[in-house]
Every structure is written in C-alpha cells, then in structure tokens.
Unconditional design. Structure first.
Lengths: 290, 309
C-alpha cells in the first residue's frame, strides 16, 4: 500500500520547470533517499508532498490531497524542512510545551529522554545552541511525534561528521519501526546508503533512477581493472569509467558479476559513484557511453 | 483521484492498530497565543516600563504635591484638583500610547519575521492551521494588548491615587475635598475608551498584518507608504484630501467617535462624555470591522496558499 502516490507531478515557476511530470510511488515502511543536484526539483517535490506548494498532476499522501487537505494531513506527517529553522528566540522547554500543546501524538517523555542524552539544557534558547544541537533538538521533537510519514530535507547540512552520524543512528535505532515512512534528501549520500530501502535520482525535474536498494545492489557493479584487461572489460559496455591509481574503475549496469570477476576486483558501487555516472557529463569519460 | 484514495482510507480505520503514543488533548489556539507572548515580550514589558517611568516621575514630584495643592487651593480648588489628577491622566495617555506603538510593530512583524527567519517551516510542520495561526496573531492587538493595557493603567492609577492621597493626608489636606470623582467611574470610562478604540483600530491592525504576510521585505515602508502614496496622488491629481482625512481619522479619531468632544487624551475623558449610541450607530465602525475581517481572511489565504518564503 502506497504512502505517497504521484502521477504526472508537474510544477512550473515563471521560467523554469521544477518538476516535469514525475511519477513517484513510496510504499509504507520504506526509507527513500531522494538524491539530486541543487535545483534538480527535490525540494519542490517535497514541498508538494507537504502541501506547501501548488502543483499540477495527481498526488496523494496517506490517501489525502496535500494541497486541499493539508491541515488534516499534518496530524500524520512531520518534516524537517531545513537545518536551523527552529525559532531562535524559543527556549528548549518552550519548544516542548508548544509541541505538546498543539500535537495530539507528541510524547513529551520520549523527547525529554532523548534530550537528556545530549548537552542541551531545558533553559537554553535556540540561539544559544550550536547548529548541531539545534538539529538534535529538532530531531528530538520530531522523533517523539508518532507520525506516519517523516520528510527530511537536507537535515544534516552544515553539521560535522559526528552529529551527522549520530543523527542517522538515532533515526534508525530510536524512530524507524518498519511501519513509518521516511523520505530524506541529502548531499552526503554516502552516509545514508546503508539506511535506505529505496533510491531515487532526480535531475532537471525528471526521475533519472528509481529502484529499491536490493535492485541497486544486484543491478550495478563496479570493476577495478588493470590496464592490460581494460579493453576486455569495456566490451561489456560500462556506463561510466574513471582512472584510479593507474587502474581503471568501470561501472556496469546489469552485467553479471561472474562475467566481470575474472577481469579484476568486483564490488558494489557507492550511491555517490552511480550518481556521478548518471548525472555527470555524459561524454566525460572516453568510451563510457554506448 | 478517488480511486487512489480508496485503498489508503480503507487501510486506516478510525481505530488504528495500537498507536505507540496515545493521542492527547490539544489546544492549538491557546498555545499559539502563548507562543506570541513568549516571542514578543514587549507586549507587556513596554507598557510596564511606561508605567514605571510615570510612577517614578510621580514619586519624585510627590514632595512638591502638598505645597502645590495648598498654593492652588487658595486661588481655586478646581486647579488644585487638576494638579492632583494630572499624573493620573498622563499615566493613561503614556501607557495607552506605548501599547499602540507596540501593537503596530507587533502586527508588522507577526507574519513577516517567521518567513524571514524561515521558522515558518517549523510552525507549518505542526498540525496548527493557518486560520488558527492568524487568529492567534490577530488576538494580540485586538484582545491581549487592550486587556494588558487596561490592567496596567488601572494599577498605575491606583498607585498614583494611593500615594497622592497619602502625601496630601500627611500634609493635612483631605484628598476627598479635591478629587470629586469616582475611581470606579474612571475605570469604566477607561474600559469603554480602550474597547471602542480597539474596534476603531481593528482595520488598521488587519492592514498591518496583511502587509506583514504579503511584503517580501520592508513591511513598515509598505504599510505606511501605500496609504501615503494614495493620499499624495489624490492631492496632486484632484487637489482634494478626502483619502488623507479618511486615513488620519481612522488613526487618530477613535476617541472623537466614541466620546462627545473626545478629541483629547484618555485621561481627560469623563463619564458624561461617553457616546456609545453614536459610536455603535456609526456605519464607519461596522464597515471598519468588515474590512478588518476581509483583510484577516486575506492573511489566512496568503499564509496558506503562497510559497512560505
């Protein structure tokens, strides 16, 4: 059963087409990584899902039209739209009071327990917290809400690696329970690779890749090959290649591992490598594209 | 669209599989008003400071009060009463004026600052409708500030009367001979004055809130610049000043509409002057309230349907 169901989702600003007829289906209990360069249409897609922007086409989130039924939808949907959007004047205790006062399914004790494990004090104002602590606070608030869909738009932008790691660890260990759905966009793709169940690349308002992580792992193969066997490897039609310490790293789509294994080192590519292969200059590597 | 909706709504019956968190009762409007008071503490601090300044000035002047009253008493008792009551009127005037300034700045920032600091994304991530959010913000100038102002003015005046009476009594003058007015009557007049002034200013506040939600930058300039521009245009194009007078009367004519001969400060107004029939019979009051409602509806619509930033 789908948590998000979009058909022909389009959004046009004055000059530019931000979303160009996108189809998205996200099942419940999935963790979708929405990956794309700046201006690819990620935030527009998320804003449409969150009822923050008008759109053309069909879109259902938890069975509701997010544009016309936004108020009701927000009972079941939660989001972190950007880092550090918590009001700077607010005290931590006030943030807890407020969310507890307006959200029927906010578990204050859970948020307090999470905050107790951080250096955040109840009396601090948001403006006194570091960027990483603001994100921790926001995460504490969001994780204590029993929502069915959580949308995270660049939740760890500008944070150091410790906070980023901790953020996703908390999300997976303390929040995700296989019935909730999470959508996350990020530029730090390597950090979300192992938590995602689904992967979607978006560029120029179009879906470039839409697959589950199982499909990703079985479909894409990376081969590190010495100069002597490059020609043989190229015969299998790599979609991307680059040089690495005198050897060549080739990326294949749908080529069986057993064909490649005799030629060199075979491994599963990182999302970042596939991203570069699919989004990078298509004619960048000699002999890459067929 | 319905075909898509069907399977989802079927799967979400009214009673969900044991939720990990029991839903608890919420009061979005109450907490939305409270959060405004957390954010804008000047709503009560500014009138308190104004009251403090007046009281401090009065305390310093208290030692001069008895000689002043005694000196005037020999000439004309009514002058003595006026001297005794002067800080009383000043307190009302200063505190009310402060509150009006706070209200203007509050309205201009109320729906603008949340977009400027992007915290609107946080507010909009919670199940608080735009109607509730705008209603809470409109409640500040239309209900919270008037009540706060009323309470602070009455408290200040009671302190002034108390100290003044004590000083005069110590000097052997009976204040009751001088001040032939009822404190309850004055409180009633003040309540009426603040109530009618708030109704009279409602469209002004609503206009400021609309500019606040609409303007991408410089809401202050838009809020005052647009009416001034229309006024100047009219005066240049037609040589008349109907619009200018209309705006000016809306800003400053509240007491004039609610009191007979009320074109002065709230301190001087007396019970016989109140004119509720004239005020509530004035179509301008009701049209103003309708305009305020329309402007606030536009605020809700813009906050709901426009891109947040």
């Amino acid at each position: 059963m789908a948590c998000i169901e979009a058909r022909g989702l389009r959004k046009k600003y004055r000059q530019t087409v931000a979303l160009d007829g996108v189809d998205i289906t996200v099942g419940e209990g999935r963790i979708l990584g929405l990956i794309g360069p700046n201006g690819a249409g990620k935030s527009t897609a998320l804003n449409a899902i969150l009822g923050l922007t008008a759109y053309e086409g069909q879109l259902r989130v938890l069975g509701r039209n997010p544009w016309t039924e936004r108020d009701r939808l927000m009972q079941d949907v939660c989001f972190i739209a950007d880092v550090a959007v918590l009001p700077r004047w607010m005290r931590v205790s006030q943030a807890l009071d407020y969310v507890a006062g307006v959200h029927p399914r906010f578990d204050r004790a859970k948020a307090e327990a999470f905050l107790a494990r951080t250096d955040i004090r109840m009396t601090s104002k948001v403006r006194e917290l570091s960027k990483g602590m603001v994100t921790q606070l926001h995460l504490a608030l969001v994780m204590a809400i029993d929502a069915r869909l959580l949308v995270l738009d660049e939740p760890t932008l500008g944070l150091d690696v410790l906070y980023r790691k901790q953020f996703y660890d908390s999300l997976i260990n303390d929040y995700f329970d296989h019935t909730r759905t999470i959508i996350v966009t990020t530029h730090q793709v390597e950090e979300v690779q192992y938590i995602l169940t689904d992967l979607m690349f978006i560029n120029h308002g179009r879906i470039v890749l839409d697959c589950s992580m199982e499909t990703f792992e079985s479909r894409y193969v990376e081969l590190l090959v010495g100069p002597d066997r490059v020609a043989e490897a190229r015969a299998f039609g790599p979609i991307h290649e680059r040089q690495m310490f005198g050897r060549t790293l080739l990326l294949f789509d749908g080529v069986a591992r057993e064909h490649l294994a005799p030629l060199g080192e075979v491994r599963t590519p990182s999302i970042a490598d596939l991203f570069v292969a699919l989004m990078g200059a298509p004619s960048g590597a000699p002999g890459a594209a067929q | 669209m319905n075909t898509l909706a069907e399977p989802v709504s079927d799967a979400v019956p009214e009673v969900e599989a044991p939720p990990s968190t029991a839903a608890h009762a919420v009061r979005p409007f109450f907490w939305s008003v409270r959060r405004e008071l957390w954010e804008t503490r000047s709503i009560y601090i500014a009138p308190l400071i104004a009251a403090g300044v007046v009281l401090f000035g009065f305390l310093v002047s208290a030692r001069r009060l008895a000689p002043l009253v005694r000196h005037m008493d020999t000439q004309d008792p009514s002058h003595a009463a006026a001297a005794y009551l002067l800080p009383y009127g000043i307190a009302a005037f200063v505190i009310l004026g402060t509150s009006l300034v706070v209200a203007v700045f509050y309205c201009l920032g109320a729906l603008h600052n949340e977009r400027r600091d992007r915290s609107i994304f946080f507010w909009k991530s919670l199940p608080v409708s735009d109607l509730t959010a705008v209603a809470a913000k409109a409640t500040i100038p239309l209900a919270v500030l008037p009540v706060v102002t009323f309470v602070i003015i009455v408290a200040t005046q009671l302190i002034i009367v108390g100290i003044g009476s004590a000083v005069l009594a110590a000097a052997g003058i009976s204040p009751s001979d001088l001040a032939r007015f009822s404190i309850f009557e004055q409180v009633g007049v003040l309540a009426y004055a603040i109530f009618t002034l708030t109704l009279w200013h409602a469209p002004v506040y609503a206009w400021f809130l609309l500019v606040s939600v609409w303007a991408r930058r410089a809401p202050f300039l838009w809020a005052f610049g647009a009416p001034i521009a229309v006024t100047i245009f009219e005066s240049v194009a037609f040589g008349t000043s109907v619009v200018g007078h209309f705006f000016w009367n809306r800003l400053t004519g509240g007491f004039g509409e609610a009191f007979h001969g009320g074109h002065s400060g709230p301190g001087e107004l007396q019970l016989p002057q109140i004119d509720p029939i004239g005020f509530f019979g004035n179509p301008g009051v009701w049209i103003g309230l309708l305009v305020a409602a329309a402007l606030l509806a536009a605020c809700v619509w813009l906050r709901r349907y426009r891109e947040p930033v």
